[in-house]
Design a protein around this ligand. Structure first.
Ligand SMILES: Cc1cc2nc3c(=O)[nH]c(=O)nc-3n(C[C@H](O)[C@H](O)[C@H](O)COP(=O)(O)OP(=O)(O)OC[C@H]3O[C@@H](n4cnc5c(N)ncnc54)[C@H](O)[C@@H]3O)c2cc1C
Length: 460
């Protein structure tokens, strides 16, 4: 039974607004007892489902089982902001320090760009109507410091280009826009339609998905659940923001919170004031940044960090988010779009994404134990899950492809600090972000020590 509530007059939780559009799925029956298979995938989000899809396509005889605690698409994959973007899931600087150097980072970036079309291609092939519009993303700067950062972070050779203030506003009339950056390799999606569509496709390929089946422990050759144990040659951990809930992984990836509000549909007059005719994705360049989409039915969905982290790596209940997060997102929405300031909010929700200690995503497999994993995408997972799924396929099948030679493959990260240091650290980091953002909003220069520190800590 999925929980929802009403907070500050706004429907809250129920997993996400996206499921009010498609309906919450009736979960399939749990694991009916002990089972044997070739590959056991733990977690039925996009990472797990893409991995299952590519394995089943490459090796149709393979016996694949997916174990999912709730229903496929219950996690971030069914709650996100719908940016199918080419953003690097990790820090360029950090990856470049690895053995693949800068050339490896460039290859990873190019693969992610190509992956946007790979996802769209699969959707087209199987009739997954995820309301996809591939019209790029606009990053807007609303202070001189944000503008400076935007220029510094622009990806060379990515096909993007700088926008003047007038060009930015011509696309999307964001109040106070001083300039922007346009990247063509990004598409808007309706997340629940994408992940549930993929779950349907994977089921049709002979993969068995057991929902309502929480894995309590895993080790070489086995995944244990309250309903029985799955024995498999390969056990792949695809839990992202939920990884810390698994025995032995409490300090692996930190479950970072992100929350979204969505408005009621805007009338023609308001859209005339805002523009946004091409449905580009929209992000700002604050330290505690926000991200937005114009939905297919004419709403604005806007997300941001809210309360970043819960003590002890706890996760939310069915996406229910805090009152102050809703209020803060409402304020951001009104600041960006005064024309939408009095449009009622239709829904609010939140979810968790996985953040490694060095903010770098990874995908890997230990051939000795058969244990594999993928995740830690730090909020840029929608496209990266597909690339990770194809990489896990090649690792499992032992194919020496270009994908298994990307810098994030078998990238190792040290554990997060134990509590209360973990909680204090994240709280401190976000206090710095907000301090730096407040200074920048007031037009103070980014030479603030806090601004530099916040930028550095964010791995940017
Ligand atoms: C609010 C929000 C907005 C975001 N916006 C964007 C965006 O616009 N663009 C972008 O690129 N990325 C975005 N992200 C990140 C992106 O959604 C994730 O990186 C991506 O969906 C991760 O997919 P996943 O399959 O690895 O994890 P998830 O989708 O979280 O899947 C993990 C699954 O594991 C299940 N599970 C948990 N514990 C267990 C267990 N013990 N046993 C079995 N199953 C278990 C969960 O129920 C869940 O279904 C956002 C994330 C959030 C939370």
């Amino acid at each position: 039974m999925v929980t929802s509530t009403v907070t500050a007059g706004v429907p809250n939780g129920g997993v996400s607004f996206w499921y009010t559009q498609v309906g919450l799925p009736a979960p399939s029956p749990p694991l009916p007892g002990d089972r044997d298979c070739d590959v056991c995938i733990v977690g039925g989000g996009l990472t797990g489902l893409w991995t299952a899809y590519y394995l089943a396509m490459a090796s149709p005889g393979l016996r694949i089982i997916v174990l999912e605690a709730e229903f496929a698409g219950y996690g971030a994959s069914g709650r996100n902001g719908g940016w199918l973007s080419a953003e690097l899931a990790g820090s360029r600087r950090a990856y470049a320090t690895g053995p693949h150097g800068q050339a490896g980072v460039d290859r990873l970036a190019a693969e992610l760009r190509a992956t946007v079309d790979e996802v769209i291609g699969v959707c087209g092939r199987y009739g997954i109507d995820a309301e996809i519009v591939r019209n790029g993303v606009v990053y807007v700067a609303r202070s001189p410091a944000q503008l400076e950062r935007l220029k510094a972070e622009a990806e060379p050779g990515g096909g993007g280009r700088a926008l003047t203030a007038a060009e930015t506003r011509e696309r999307i009339a964001v109040a106070g826009a001083l300039g922007g950056w346009y990247d063509p390799d990004c598409a808007r999606v309706q997340p629940a339609k994408l992940v549930r569509g993929l779950a349907r496709v994977v089921g049709g390929l002979g993969v068995t998905v057991y929902e309502q089946t929480r894995v309590t422990a895993l080790g070489p050759g086995r995944a244990r659940t309250p309903h029985g144990t799955v024995r498999a040659t390969y056990i792949l951990r695809c839990l992202e923001g939920y990884t810390a809930g698994l025995a032995g992984h409490r300090r692996s990836w930190l479950p970072m919170n992100s929350a979204i509000v969505v408005t009621e549909p805007l009338g023609a007059e308001r859209w005339a004031a805002i523009g946004w005719a091409n449905s580009e994705l929209l992000g700002d360049n604050a330290h505690a940044y926000c991200y937005a989409q114009r939905t297919a039915d004419g709403r604005i969905a806007l997300g941001g960090r809210g309360v970043p982290y819960r003590f002890g790596s706890r996760t939310d209940v069915d996406g229910i988010t805090q009152r102050r997060t809703i209020e803060s997102l409402r304020t951001t929405l009104a600041r960006l779009f005064p024309a939408a300031a009095d449009v009622p909010l239709a829904h609010a929700w939140c979810g968790v994404l996985g953040v490694p200690r060095d903010w770098c995503a990874s995908v890997g497999l230990d051939p000795r134990t058969g244990l594999g994993w993928a995740g830690g995408y730090v909020g840029s997972g929608l496209t990266a899950t597909n690339l990770a799924g194809r990489t896990l396929r090649d690792l499992v099948l032992g194919e020496p492809t270009d994908l298994v030679d990307l810098p994030w493959t078998n990238w190792r990260v040290r554990a997060w600090e134990p509590e209360p240091l973990r909680w204090l650290g994240v709280r401190g980091l976000y206090a710095l972000y907000r301090h730096a953002d407040r200074r920048e909003d007031r037009g103070l220069p980014r030479t603030s020590r806090f601004g530099h520190l916040a930028t550095t800590l964010a791995g940017r």
